[in-house]
Design a protein around this ligand. Sequence first.
Ligand code: CA
Length: 241
Amino acid sequence: MAQQTILIVEDERSLVDILTYNLEKEGFEVISATDGQQGLQRARSRMPDLILLDLMLPVMEGLEVCRQLRADPSTQQLPILMLTAKTEEIDEVVGFRMGADDYVAKPFKVKPLIQRIKSLLRRSQPEARTDGDKVVVHGLEMDRWRHRARLNGEELTLTRTEFSLLWALARQPGRAYNRQELMDAALGKDALSLERTIDVHVKSLRQKLGGHAQLIETVRGVGYRFREGFPSAETAGSLVN
Ligand code: CA
């Protein structure tokens, strides 16, 4: 496999040095930027395989960098792992406003962080196309191969994690998933996130589904399921497997 490039956007030089050293040891090519503006430019010019993005940055904060990357079709799909200082920021970070794929709270240990990076890279790999790569149900159309989702013809802009989550749910309408199963499906089996993270992703997904938020139903004491039942005439669809 070709060498994968990781862009570190972080203003703490000592942290950049430690991460660079450890990631290079793991075989990654590492580039870095020490402020948000420079980070955005590097992301656009180098197209890394993953961005490790600090939240608190000079010139342009991580939140804005993330938003601009997600708003640009050429960088929309770049996996973003956010570094945050406080757990209270988690809702914002993985949620609707920022669209990061995953986060790690500071202070962190280097080894688990590298595992998270590898896990995110793994689930960002395009897979070979099969007939099982499409789902059409209740007006929702998902194409896993193209990483596209539409609801009643309207394009949904989803992060990788949101896409994986919706994909898992929509493939089997009516099936109740517990949070651990959804974490395995959306974040990878070796993810170290709290189960609460799934609630945050679901909340964000529901916001994006807008008036159709109830396609994802809460199953009390269990987790979530995609709505079963009979679609109305205008949203009629079939589950393609
Ligand atoms: Ca910082």
